[in-house]
Structure formats: structure tokens, C-alpha cells
Design a protein around this ligand. Structure first.
Ligand code: FUB
Length: 325
């Protein structure tokens, strides 16, 4: 079994890995955690990242290479701080980096930057994507050539602050038995620089067809969406945040509805969980992070990967990050 449940690189802290196979190689688009001293809070101020480094592995067995700085916040006019979890997409020979950061009013927005090479350097658009907010963009290239972006995160990610349609930091979103907020979904425009459809919340249902409730913290959406397709089904996977699981739901179309199917991974060392899933030569790999390398410091994380396995009914075998149980 191909398995590397150890840090892909050790010279920098990395997190939030979005992995893709471009040109037959793995390219991993992570956050670049910094080793500063700070106190954790619910706004996520401790995650004060400033740039992105793209990682490359020629195969699952290959050494992981840091391709160097691909984009720094000083080169993005609309950003004030906190370059969080990015993703990338390839269209017509150009690579697009999607990234969240706080704008000058400290509101999280999504930006886009372009390069001719998967590892960058990337040239950012001067302003954020119109109508974008919150964090954690993940892009799916569907089989019909359309591109969709999934995004959003609670608490520091500000997703619940937009329930009225405008930013309101006193809006705390649904609670208890109310339907939970799902991640946001939009189709990308043909030029990849804007939304082609009005963003909407996705719905995640339980086994009875009822919406997952906000108080169901083992299963409700928190942050870190990822979308992949397996045998024609759409797999929406995400972090449950406060309960530290990675879980998944499946559906028949890119905008759902999705039905909760189970747990992808048990908790790792550290508060956050964030992952991606990618196919390479017929096998499936999950990239994720934990805080093992920093002995549990939440904002000093390291990216790892493991192979994952599907059962015949399409469910995914749960990963136990520190050994098979
Ligand atoms: O890296 C900063 C934030 O932590 C990400 O945006 C979340 O998904 C969580 O991993």
C-alpha cells in the first residue's frame, strides 16, 4: 500500500492541502503556516499566513519538492492579511489559483491568480471575485468541461455572518434543530475570473432525507469542502470543525442535494482538519494535515497523505490517522 502518513516537507509548516494531478505529477496547493508566537481564538487570528508555496511529487513514492513562493500577499492589492486555504484549476493551458484572505475591511473574500505553470508564480487579479465571501475555495472540473467552486467556513471563516445577504458580524447563523448551513456553490465563468451563477448554499440531508441540523456537530458542515467524482457520483467531503472529523456526503449532481454517508477520517493531532482527494493511476489518495511536527501547536501544521479505499457500495473506508483499527 502506498502510504506516507508523515510530513511531506519539514523545512516549512504546511496545511490545507489541495492536491491535483497535472501533467502526470502531483501538485499540492497548501497554506503556508508561520511559526510566530500567538494565542488561539475563535476568529482564527493565529492563522496569519502571508504567502503560498506549491509542492510537487512526481509519484506517490517520490520525494516532495517545494517549488518556492508562488504568491505573496504584498502583491495582492485587495488583501490585508491571512492567506488561508487555496485550490487550483487547469483550463486551456492556464493554471488558476483560488485563495481566501481578509480584505481591507477584514472581511474574508476569494481571489484568483493566474500562471502558465502549475507551480506559479501566479499573477493576481487586482480585486477579489465580485460577490465572493468566506473561505476555503475548492474547484471541480466536471466531465462536461464546466468548473464549479465550493467554499465557506464557520466562525473565523465568517460563513454565518452572511445569512441576511450582507455581512453582519452579529449574525450567528442557525443553531440547535434548525437546518445547518451548507457550503457555498457557484459555477465559474468561462474565463475563470468570476462567478457565472449566483452562489447558493448546498443542502446536506441525513438518512431520512431531512436536513442535517446545526446542532448535529458530528455531521454538519463546518469548513474545508472538497468535491470529487467516483463512479459517476459526486462526493462532497468536509470538516466538522468542533468535532474534528472529516466526513462525506454523496449526490447525483454537482449542486446536490447530498446525503450524508459517513466518516472519512478520525481526528488528527490539532484543532483543524482539512483535506483533498485525488486519483492517480487508478488509485485514490487523501491529502490532509495534522500538528504532529509541532507537537500540537494548532497553527503550525504539516501536510501528509494516505491511500483511501472504496467499498463496493461506494462508501469509503474510514482512515485512522495513526494506525489501522
Ligand atoms: O488554514 C486556515 C484555516 O484552518 C483553513 O481555511 C481552514 O480550513 C482550517 O484548516
Amino acid at each position: 500500500m502506498s502510504d506516507q502518513r508523515k510530513p511531506l516537507v519539514k523545512h516549512i509548516f504546511t496545511a490545507d492541502p489541495s492536491a491535483h494531478v497535472f501533467d502526470g505529477k502531483f501538485y499540492i496547493y497548501p497554506s503556508h503556516d508561520l511559526a510566530h508566537e500567538c494565542i488561539d481564538n475563535d476568529r482564527g487570528d493565529e492563522y496569519a499566513m502571508e504567502d503560498y508555496h506549491i509542492l510537487r511529487m512526481d509519484s506517490p513514492e517520490s520525494e516532495c519538492v517545494d517549488c518556492g513562493e508562488a504568491l505573496h500577499m504584498k502583491d495582492v492589492p485587495w488583501v490585508s492579511k491571512q492567506m488561508w486555504a487555496p485550490d487550483a484549476a487547469l483550463k486551456d493551458g492556464k493554471y488558476y489559483l483560488y485563495f481566501p484572505a481578509r480584505d481591507k475591511d477584514e472581511i474574508f473574500r476569494l481571489g484568483v491568480a493566474v500562471s502558465d505553470k502549475p507551480e506559479g508564480p501566479f499573477t493576481p487579479d487586482p480585486d477579489y471575485i465580485p460577490g465572493s465571501f468566506s473561505i476555503d475555495p475548492a474547484v471541480l472540473q466536471d466531465d462536461d468541461g464546466r468548473y464549479y467552486v465550493y467554499y465557506g467556513g464557520l466562525w473565523g471563516g465568517q460563513l454565518e455572518n452572511w445569512c441576511s445577504g450582507a455581512f453582519d458580524e452579529n449574525d450567528h447563523g442557525p443553531s440547535g434543530d434548525e437546518p445547518a448551513l451548507g457550503p457555498m456553490f457557484a459555477q465559474l465563468s468561462g474565463d475563470m475570473h468570476s462567478f457565472a451563477s449566483k452562489p447558493k448554499h448546498l443542502v446536506i440531508l441525513d438518512e431520512n432525507g431531512d436536513p442535517i441540523r446545526a446542532g448535529d456537530e458530528d455531521r454538519r458542515y463546518f469548513e474545508g469542502p472538497w468535491m470529487h467524482k467516483y463512479q459517476g457520483k459526486y462526493y462532497l467531503s468536509y470538516s466538522t470543525g468542533t468535532t474534528h472529523y472529516l466526513v462525506y456526503a454523496t449526490g447525483d449532481s454537482p449542486d446536490g442535494p447530498f446525503t450524508y454517508r459517513g466518516r472519512l477520517m478520525e481526528p488528527v493531532i490539532g484543532w483543524t482538519t482539512h483535506h483533498s482527494i485525488v486519483e492517480y493511476k487508478g488509485r485514490w489518495y487523501m491529502f490532509y494535515h495534522d500538528c504532529e511536527m509541532s507537537n500540537g501547536i494548532n497553527h503550525q501544521r504539516c501536510v501528509k497523505y494516505t491511500e483511501i479505499f472504496y467499498n463496493e457500495d461506494g462508501t469509503i473506508q474510514t482512515v485512522h490517522p495513526y494506525g489501522d483499527q
